[in-house]
Write a protein that binds this ligand. Structure first.
Ligand SMILES: N[C@@H](CCC(=O)N[C@@H](CS)C(=O)NCC(=O)O)C(=O)O
Length: 204
């Protein structure tokens, strides 16, 4: 398998961490950002959005990081990384969708504002931070079990997706605003080898 995407993209880091947890390997090629190569006809045929990452597995080419993770989980069914049956798969998926549809846009906004330095809009920063803190406190903290991961002692794709969001949140702000349960969860995830190798690379 081949993963196309620069290693500092959070969506690429998320897939690399998932592969690490699944014990899968793929070669990675730099695409996107300063490396470009996403505007070519060949790339657009694989991924019409022109974004990274793309997973190439023989004739199968997949884009959207969470879909790539579900696909990879399907290669190692015994790990039940994306759920054991269709009901538990939906439970894992709902957190993955929440990550992509709700948390990610807010953290993307915060990230973009941070990069503006002095030109950042404080009102946007404050509103976004308030929203994020509220979501972590009222949604995630209430759903998390007191120990281990979202669905028990084995990690799932949901944990990887939530983990990269917590990494970005803690890197851009800090862990002080987090509920104890969320802070404990972030620490547990940050202790994983795959997180250290692929996510915590000195970038939010
Ligand atoms: N929803 C997509 C978003 C992909 C995305 O926004 N990728 C960013 C990097 S994190 C990108 O391709 N940016 C342009 C570039 O790197 O050239 C996914 O999860 O895969």
């Amino acid at each position: 398998m081949k993963l196309l995407g620069r290693s500092d993209s959070l969506n690429v880091r998320k897939v690399l961490w998932a592969m690490d947890e699944l014990g899968l390997e793929a070669s990675r090629e730099d695409y996107g950002g300063p490396f470009g190569k996403t505007d070519t006809l060949e790339y657009r045929q694989m991924n019409p959005t022109g974004l990274v990452p793309v997973l190439v597995d023989g004739d199968t080419k997949i884009w959207e990081s969470n879909t790539i993770i579900r696909y990879l989980a399907g290669r190692v069914p015994e790990k039940e990384f994306a759920g054991r049956d269709h009901s538990s798969a939906a439970k894992v998926s709902q957190w993955m969708d929440w990550q992509l549809g709700t948390l990610n846009p807010l953290l993307q906004t915060l990230f973009a504002q941070t990069r503006l330095g002095d030109k950042r809009d404080e009102r946007i920063v404050v509103d976004t931070t308030t929203n994020l803190n509220k979501l972590f406190k009222t949604v995630l903290a209430n759903a998390l079990p007191p120990k281990n991961f979202m669905f028990g002692s084995a990690m799932s794709a949901a944990d990887v997706c939530l983990g990269v969001m917590l990494h970005r949140h803690v890197s851009l702000l800090n862990a002080d605003s987090l509920d104890d349960r969320v802070r404990r969860y972030h620490e547990e995830l940050a202790g994983r080898g795959g997180f250290k190798r692929h996510v915590a690379i000195g970038k939010p």
